[in-house]
Design a protein around this ligand. Structure first.
Ligand SMILES: Nc1ncnc2c1ncn2[C@@H]1O[C@H](COP(=O)(O)OP(=O)(O)OP(=O)(O)O)[C@@H](O)[C@H]1O
Length: 326
């Protein structure tokens, strides 16, 4: 791959399943060595996009180049240069960790003399070298995910695709998987493209794209996206929330809602606003907290929904759809 070629370059990429436009003409470029997060609720089109980039699905229109090769015309070159860790585990539980990796090395034609040293390197990287001879069915969920990451790296790919690498894992294991992802980038200089619907995880990416209903609605660094929201979040605890909401509207022209047992609203320069709030609200205040916008707020500002609401409606839709089929 030439030095200045992006690791991933996507232009006008589309995928339709019959009448369903799953991906509606997206554009993005990922630089070599970047950790790029692809974020969005269920059904947004993340997996469809990643499947096209990995050559597992043929685009309906547009182009995508990965590691310097076209995903349609140079499929085998793309495949040789990418590693995949997908949502559904594909490890063989009756084989040891080491045997699972050997099998993969053969599939990918890793030169025989390179297999043993590389296997040790990747197993040490994910902290599984000591457990390499144990059957995979004795591993915890986090260990299995780490083994899959090691396997995805075995043939030294230029780009590693991780589709929801931490889904279903507890918060501690999720954070340790992220530690591995960051170490990996430092150690291997590879590009990492991952999907997630955990907003807190997306903070760890260099840049993120937020996808909703088949389109990219925002793409930037997490910091820039949050700064773009512009307003801070204020949580106010009072003895009479309804009266506080009326006072906020009448005195400051602010619209507030009750959420998590407190009055919530957004205002530019939240910290500077607090003294005015105490002086002018005209209602007793028990406590106030101010926070910077989160990626949840970014998602809200671009889509008008929280990611959880978006998932709720997608799930409700899927339940309806599956009832419709019976
Ligand atoms: N093989 C398929 N046939 C028909 N429709 C599909 C197919 N695969 C995906 N879709 C539809 O395309 C849309 C995007 O789905 P996709 O799986 O890419 O979303 P996602 O963002 O990855 O969601 P999740 O987080 O649930 O994996 C959805 O409406 C889905 O129902």
């Amino acid at each position: 791959m030439p030095e200045d070629e992006p690791a991933i370059a996507v232009a006008g990429l589309e995928k339709r399943f019959g009448d369903v436009p799953a991906v509606k003409g997206i554009n993005l470029t990922v630089a070599p060595g970047e950790i790029f997060g692809f974020l969005g609720p269920n059904g947004a089109g993340k997996s469809t996009t990643i499947n096209m980039l990995c050559t597992l699905l043929r685009p309906s229109a547009g182009t995508a180049r990965v590691a310097g090769h076209d995903v349609v015309r140079e499929r085998d070159d793309v495949r040789r240069n990418i590693g995949l860790v997908f949502q559904d585990p594909t490890l063989d539980g009756y084989l040891s960790g080491e045997q699972n990796l050997r099998f993969h090395a053969e599939l990918y034609g890793v030169p025989r003399s390179a297999v043993a040293p590389r296997m040790r390197q990747v197993l040490e990287m994910v902290g599984l070298w000591e457990r390499r001879s144990d059957k995979v069915l004795t591993y915890s969920g986090g260990m299995k995910r780490r083994l899959e990451i090691a396997r995805g790296l075995l043939h030294s790919p230029r780009v590693l695709f991780l589709d929801e690498p931490t889904v279903g894992l507890d918060p501690q294991t999720r954070s340790s998987i992220w530690d591995y992802i960051r170490e990996l980038r430092a150690a291997e200089e590879i590009t990492i493209f991952l999907t997630t619907h955990y907003m807190d995880e997306a903070e760890s990416a260099d840049r993120i794209a937020i996808m909703d209903s088949g389109t990219i609605v925002a793409l930037d660094t997490p910091e820039a996206l949050k700064a773009g929201v512009g307003e801070d979040r204020v949580q106010l605890r009072t003895d009479d929330d309804e009266a506080a909401i009326v006072a906020l509207r009448e005195r400051f022209g602010l619209e507030a809602v009750v959420r998590e047992g407190a009055v919530n609203f957004a205002v530019p320069g939240g910290e500077q606003f607090v003294p005015r709030l105490f002086a002018e609200l005209g209602r007793p205040i028990r406590s106030v907290s101010v926070s910077r916008p989160s990626l949840d707020d970014v998602f809200m500002s671009y889509t008008g929904r929280t990611i959880r609401d978006a998932e709720g409606s997608a799930n409700a839709w899927m339940r309806m759809a599956s009832r419709g089929r019976t």
